[in-house]
Every structure is written in structure tokens, then in C-alpha cells.
Write a protein that binds this ligand. Structure first.
Ligand code: G3H
Ligand code: 13P
Ligand code: NA
Ligand code: ZN
Length: 328
């Protein structure tokens, strides 16, 4: 059955667990996530970016999610719009059956220009009111994702830097967070603590200098009933980097967010943990392996079956380590 983000994360807060929010673009990713959830009895957040909606199409996505709910009746599903950029994106998602939307007003509608606080409050407040009228949940974002190593704000999709920002803009301010949620009434708040989207987050294993996990507890103390969200939470596993490069890939060495840091974050109040890059890498590692080891192969299923299995294993690990397992 479909449930809202508020319903799911309230349960997570009560029992002290976090929920991975996996991005979905196609049937194979959907099945991989749901099989993992079924195996460990976990509730699920599926999220679709604007790019996913144009890739698969809104009608396909709507029916895919309905099909997954029907195939896996024991795993509650929250269907969430990832990084909505304006009112239209958020409201049309709800019209297509999404039970939750993110209004990301930390950037302007182009998703490149860091927005003013006033712009963010205004647009998020409006989306929040409209979504709540029809029973959907809302996630806002305060603070711009980007690198504390370079001081660069990052483009929403991880494709590159969009400009220099001060350290303070790259970290969510707890006092401002309190003001933001009082006005916007969001159910969940994405915070900035040094993570960024995509595979190239850190040039070394992150420490407290470049990944400010202590900020999370400070924010949680100020807004204990609003569920905190960590974007850019892929761990970029070394084993997947190695597999991709062993089979012809050329990914430069990089570091993600260690899973143990996310576990600390969950203890400090993080409830939703956004993961896309790790799932992409899991599938691509297997595509490359099959293509290299079996160059005569041309049946897509022979690529997709191991790719789904690799992604399922990764999702299952996150459900287990975040404490989501056993809570369906
Ligand atoms: O926020 C970024 C997510 O990884 C979605 O990426 O816009 O390429 O679908 P995408
Ligand atoms: P990753 O690129 O770290 O997987 O982050 C995904 C994300 O935050 C989607 O909103
Ligand atoms: Na989101
Ligand atoms: Zn994100």
C-alpha cells in the first residue's frame, strides 16, 4: 500500500530507524529495491527526479509504482518527488499518485542558482499548504549542497560546481532552520552538512572537517518533530569503483559518505537517506562485467539480471544498517 512520508518517518522517529530513499527510473530498479525490502521486511521510499519522470514518463511511473505495490503487498511504499523545482512539478507529481513531494527552494527554479532565504520560504510555504490540502507530505531544503573541501556549491544532479559559497551557506544554520519550518510547515527538511550529489563527493575519506555530522544533532535539537533528510548519501563503495575499473571503466578514485557516518546521523535525527549514485554504480558494474566477460552476449536480460541482483544486495545492506529492516 502507498503511505505518506509523514506516516513513514513518524514511525521511524518513534522506533529510532532511518529509511533509505532510492531513486527509481525503470522497472529493474523498482524490482531490485522491492525484493530487498521484501527479504528484510522493510518499508520503502521510492523517489523520482524530474529527469526520471521525463525518462520513464509520468503514466509509466504511476503504473509501475502501482504494480510494485501490488507485487509486494507487505511493504508499505512512499512515492516521493525528488528535488521538485517549482509548484508545477510538485502538484503534477501529486496528480500522478505521488504521496510526498520535495520542494527544493534552496536553488532557484533553474536548479543552479543558490536562492535567497525569502524565495525559499515563500515557494516552500505555498507548496506545503497546497500539498497538505490533499494529504501529501512535503520535504523542504535549507542550505546548499556542496563541498566543504573546495567551497563550491554543486549542481543538483552532481554534474558540476555552480559557484563559490561561504562555509556558512554550505551548512544549514539551526536557528534559521527553526524559523524555516515554523513558516513553511514542512514534514521533512533536507539539510546541508558537506555532502554533494554524484560520485565525486570527497577527495579523501571524509573526517569532521569536510563532513559536518555534528551539525545534524544541533539542528535536530531545534526542530525535533521535523524529520531530517540527508541528500548525497551514497557511499561510493570502493568495491564497485574497482569492479567498474576492472572491466574497462575509467572512474577516478573518489570517496563517498561512509555508511558508519550515516548510522551516526540516524542516531542524531536523520530519518530519510537519499541514495542514487550507489545504485547506478551497482548496475553499471555488472553491465561492464557481463559485456567484458561475455562479449558474444546480446540478450539484455543477461545484463539486467545480475545488475538487479547487485543493486538488490546493496539496497538490502542499507535497509539492514539503517535499521529499516523489520519495520514494514
Ligand atoms: O538529485 C540527483 C539524483 O541523483 C537524481 O539524478 O536528475 O539525473 O535523475 P537525475
Ligand atoms: P547520491 O548522488 O549521493 O546518491 O545522492 C542522491 C540524492 O541526494 C538524490 O536526491
Ligand atoms: Na528528495
Ligand atoms: Zn538530492
Amino acid at each position: 500500500a502507498l503511505i505518506t512520508l509523514r506516516q513513514l518517518l513518524d514511525h521511524g522517529a518513534e522506533y529510532g530507524y532511518g529509511v533509505p530513499a532510492f531513486n527509481i527510473n525503470n522497472m529493474e530498479q523498482g524490482i531490485a529495491i522491492m525484493k530487498a525490502a521484501e527479504a528484510v521486511d522493510a518499508p520503502v521510499i521510492l523517489q523520482a527526479s524530474r529527469g526520471a519522470r521525463s525518462y520513464a514518463g509520468d503514466i509509466m511511473l504511476r503504473h509501475m509504482v502501482q504494480a510494485l505495490a501490488e507485487m509486494f503487498p507487505n511493504n508499505p511504499i512512499c512515492m516521493h518527488q525528488d528535488h521538485g523545482n517549482n509548484e508545477q512539478t510538485c502538484l503534477s507529481a501529486i496528480g500522478h499518485g505521488f504521496t510526498s513531494v520535495m520542494m527544493d527552494g534552496s536553488l532557484e527554479a533553474d536548479m543552479k542558482t543558490p536562492a535567497s532565504y525569502e524565495y525559499n520560504v515563500d515557494i516552500t510555504q505555498r507548496v506545503s499548504q497546497m500539498a497538505h490540502w490533499v494529504g501529501a507530505s512535503v520535504e523542504g531544503e535549507l542550505g546548499v549542497l556542496g563541498s566543504l573541501e573546495t567551497g563550491e556549491a554543486a549542481e543538483e544532479d552532481g554534474s558540476g560546481a555552480v559557484g563559490k559559497l561561504s562555509m556558512e551557506d554550505l551548512l544549514t544554520d539551526p536557528d534559521q532552520a527553526a524559523d524555516f519550518v515554523a513558516t513553511t510547515k514542512v514534514d521533512a527538511l533536507a539539510i546541508a552538512c558537506g555532502t554533494s550529489h554524484g560520485a565525486y563527493k570527497f577527495s579523501r575519506k571524509p573526517d569532521g572537517e569536510i563532513l559536518a555530522m555534528t551539525r545534524i544533532a544541533e539542528i535536530h535539537k531545534r526542530i525535533p518533530t521535523v524529520h531530517l533528510v540527508m541528500h548525497g548519501s551514497s557511499s561510493v563503495p570502493q568495491s564497485l569503483q574497482d569492479m567498474i575499473n576492472e572491466f574497462g571503466g575509467e572512474m577516478p578514485q573518489t570517496y563517498g559518505v561512509p555508511v558508519e557516518e550515516i548510522e551516526k546521523g540516524i542516531k542524531s535525527g536523520v530519518r530519510k537517506v537519499n541514495i542514487d549514485t550507489d545504485c547506478r554504480m551497482a548496475m553499471t558494474a555488472q553491465f561492464r562485467k557481463v559485456a567484458t566477460q561475455n562479449p558474444k552476449e546480446f540478450d539484455p536480460r543477461k545484463f539486467l539480471i545480475p545488475a538487479m541482483q547487485e543493486m538488490e544486495d546493496l539496497c538490502r545492506d542499507r535497509f539492514e544498517r539503517f535499521g529499516t529492516a523489520g519495520n514494514a
